[in-house]
Design a protein around this ligand. Structure first.
Ligand code: CP3
Length: 357
């Protein structure tokens, strides 16, 4: 296997020293890039891009041609699993994701199949192996999945939601049904992520975009428990005292999960993703890496505002090992390209300065 030319991201995930803080951006491939909009117009729609390995590979590489980023994330979506379970994912213009079939009761859940990732999701594995090859060791490739709780919200609500009333109704009126769904999803996600590792993913991220809408005890029971289960099933390899490129680090990101960071760290994950509500100076450093946490709307500000806020995030984390710079959530589609350039240059410049001090 080809040696990595830039392994800052993997080193930081293992809490090892780096020459500067590694950086990537959630949703780094997407509509804020004119070349992405063109590729999607040619393809016709988003899922066609995801299901075609050449197009998915091209979309993955686009942001890396423009910006000096330290990781690539495979172009795909978290909703590929419910789609492979037969729910029929589609995107309505301007309305976000939708499902043809919605889960309403325990009978629906009992009938759901566990997808075979190398058959039902082979397009994701093909995109990963092609992209890993095309990267030629430039930077590591991230594979990902949604958390069971976050996937369940889309499957039960039928799409995006602001109130989560349907899934919360099930949580409080038929918790056994919801647990059965989450358990099936955890098994499906573990199989899916292990297949991604086999196909060439060098690090894994689990997006729990909606964990933050749960109460304290419900978060532990209905979201964190199942991410913990997935971790116990993943083939990460063995982590040694010394850095190795053969270990597959796993990042757990709960949007709105700032109050539970110690509990998330205790799962045995390698890194915790945090949003912009978290003060990085309060976190335990050096054992579990931290990814974050610039508010993506700061990229609407001018150059000086962006630089000041980037420097503030780096200062807050301080001179410790184990920081991966990122936004606190995905980049917005109307973000100016120049703002991203400013961000990347600022992370390079200020993090070198902090490390040298
Ligand atoms: O980060 C990357 O560059 C990799 C690609 C990626 C996408 N979706 C591409 C995408 C990743 C990692 C995701 C994850 C994802 N998908 C999440 C978790 C992260 C988060 O933001 O919390 C969620 C909740 C989804 C579900 C989803 N997919 C939604 C809500 C939408 C609609 C968003 C919108 O603004 O319309 C999508 C579609 C989607 N996934 C797009 C992209 C680039 C936009 C599709 C398009 O119109 O071109």
């Amino acid at each position: 296997m080809m040696e990595l030319k830039n392994d800052r991201y993997l080193r930081a995930l293992q809490c090892q020293p780096v020459d500067r803080t590694p950086l990537w951006m959630m949703r780094q491939a997407g509509r804020y890039l004119p070349e992405y909009r063109q590729l999607r117009a040619e393809a016709g729609d988003f899922m066609t891009m995801c299901k075609n390995p050449d197009l998915a590979c091209e979309a993955t590489l686009q942001p890396l041609r423009r910006f000096d980023l330290d990781a690539a994330i495979i172009f795909s979506d978290i909703l590929t699993i419910p789609d492979a379970m037969g729910l029929g994912l589609y995107f309505e213009q301007g309305e976000g994701p939708k499902f043809k079939k919605v889960i309403t009761n325990i009978n629906d859940i009992k009938q759901l199949p566990i997808p075979d990732p190398n058959k039902d999701l082979a397009y994701v594995m093909n995109a990963l192996s092609l992209t890993r090859q095309e990267l030629k060791g430039k930077v590591p490739l991230i594979g990902f999945s949604g958390s069971p709780w976050t996937l369940a919200t889309y499957m039960i609500e039928g799409g995006s939601s602001k109130t989560f009333t349907k899934i919360k109704k099930m949580l409080y009126s038929d918790p056994a049904a919801l647990h059965l769904l989450l358990d099936k999803l955890a098994e499906s996600v573990a199989l899916y992520l292990n297949a991604q590792i086999e196909a060439g993913a060098q690090s894994i991220m689990i997006f729990d975009s909606w964990g933050g809408v749960l109460s304290h005890s419900s978060y532990l029971e209905f979201s964190l428990h199942y991410m913990h289960k997935i971790l116990s099933l993943l083939n990460r390899g063995t982590k040694h005292e010394q850095y190795t490129q053969n270990y597959i680090p796993v990042t757990l990101f709960t949007k709105g999960g700032g109050l539970w960071i110690d509990k998330i760290m205790a799962t045995g994950c390698d890194a915790v993703g945090v949003d912009w509500t978290v003060d990085l100076s309060t976190l335990t450093k050096g054992k579990v890496a931290i990814q974050g946490n610039l508010d993506p709307t700061i990229l609407y500000g001018d150059k000086q505002t962006i630089e000041e806020n980037v420097a503030a995030v780096l200062q807050e984390f301080g001179q410790h090992n184990g920081h991966i710079f990122n936004l606190g959530h995905g980049i917005n589609q109307d973000t100016p390209i120049e703002s991203v350039e400013t961000l990347v240059n600022a992370v390079h410049k200020f993090s070198k300065k902090i490390i040298m001090e």
